[in-house]
Ligand binder design. Structure first.
Ligand code: FES
Length: 106
């Protein structure tokens, strides 16, 4: 059985079940959400960044690329600003990210 952890996204109210080892950006795409991005999840555009509101203790440690990205955004490297394409979770988390919506069905 696949273990998932729920990430609630404000203000859209999206609820994304992220699999163990999967990043938030990838999980959102798998579940049919559009997440702001330019690089498509490579960790270089920083467009995907989120503000962690709850559950920071359930978030994966930052890798050097993500740390660099947060610094480039001129945000504090305090674990509360994260790149969705690098962020893995081990429990429930709530984040704020504007512009996350369900892809329109064609
Ligand atoms: S999607 Fe570009 S840095 Fe995360």
């Amino acid at each position: 059985m696949t273990v998932t952890h729920r990430v609630a996204v404000r203000p859209s109210g999206a609820e994304i079940d992220v699999r163990d080892g999967e990043d938030l950006f990838g999980a959102a795409g798998r579940l049919g959400y559009r997440w702001p991005t330019v690089c498509g999840g490579k960790g270089t555009c920083r467009t995907c960044f989120v503000q962690v509101e709850e559950g920071a203790e359930n978030c994966s440690p930052m890798d050097p690329l993500e740390r660099e990205g947060i610094e480039a955004l001129r945000r504090p490297v305090d674990g509360l600003t994260r790149l969705a394409c690098r962020l893995r979770v081990e429990g429930p988390v709530t984040v704020t990210k504007r512009g996350v919506r369900r892809r329109v069905q064609e």
